[in-house]
Ligand binder design. Structure first.
Ligand SMILES: [Zn+2]
Ligand SMILES: [Zn+2]
Length: 272
């Protein structure tokens, strides 16, 4: 069983809707042992400037309070963050991680050349190959510059929204079509002991597989990767632990027996 959801958003995120305590209570009702809050910090988010400028001191202190008030209605709570990686933000991100003791740092690509694949503007003038290669290229360059993350969020995030633009049939990012770039990312993650995140938020975006899709997860396993984190990327309480059972079965079938929960930036391995 997957007893932890390690990726979720609260009202501290520019696109969050639910308070931290309500998210935590729902997680408990759903039977989880623990959760990691990972609100967005996307500095210089050009698609909507300022929207994801997390109030870090307020976020951190409220999460600390919630941790202290632990009771049976709440699961174990860890404090994480989802950093929107951009090449020019490296030193600012380093500073934040030196200043705040987060349990888990997710690194995610939400902006490629100042554009979020969530918006139509990202696809202007790009065919599907370019749209996806540009995204994977940004992942490689950002990871190389800033490998100090614990887990790499939703590797094929671009596909989550690309299917709206290119259609579900052709829009899914397939390993076969981007082998070299994907292998480069996976190799880097394995070498640096950065986890590959399995993000089930895909299931609320009309996808039938998590981000990344199973062919990419399978490739990671083949290459020797064993460090995965699992999160539903919930922005509403109802999405906490979304499709965890189904995903667990697929992961076991691929060969995984464990998943990681990062506490104080160190992975704790739990049985799937
Ligand atoms: Zn994200
Ligand atoms: Zn997220």
């Amino acid at each position: 069983m997957i007893q932890w959801d390690t990726h979720m958003h609260t009202t501290f995120s520019g696109d969050g809707h639910v308070s931290p305590s309500d998210m935590a209570k729902t997680a408990r009702e759903k039977g989880l042992d623990g959760i990691i809050f990972t609100d967005h910090l996307d500095w210089d988010y050009m698609s909507e400037p300022g929207r994801f400028d997390l109030d870090i001191p307020a976020y951190y202190s409220e999460m600390k309070e919630l941790q202290k008030n632990k009771n049976d209605d709440l699961p174990e709570i860890l404090i994480g963050i989802e950093l929107g990686l951009q090449e020019h933000l490296v030193s600012r991100h380093r500073q934040i991680l030196a200043e705040y003791a987060f349990d888990q740092v997710i690194g995610s690509i939400h902006q490629v050349d100042g554009l979020d694949p969530y918006y139509e503007s990202y696809y202007k003038g790009k065919d599907i190959y370019e749209a996806y290669e540009d995204y994977l290229g940004a992942a490689i360059s950002n990871l190389s510059l800033f490998p100090e993350i614990d887990t790499f969020g939703h590797l094929d995030y671009v596909s989550r929204y690309g299917i709206r633009h290119f259609g579900a049939e052709t829009g899914t990012l397939r390993y076969e079509d981007h082998k070299a770039s994907i292998d480069k990312i996976l190799e880097f993650l394995i070498t640096k002991s950065i986890a590959l995140e399995v993000n089930t938020g895909a299931f609320r975006c009309e996808m039938t597989e998590p981000n990344p899709s199973y062919d990419i997860i399978r490739r990671y396993y083949e290459m020797g990767g064993r460090l995965i984190t699992i999160g539903a990327d919930a922005h509403y309480a109802e999405h906490i632990a979304l499709s965890f059972e189904e995903v667990r079965d697929h992961l076991s079938e691929i060969g995984f027996t464990q998943y990681a929960v990062f506490k104080k930036r160190e992975p704790i391995m739990l049985s799937l």
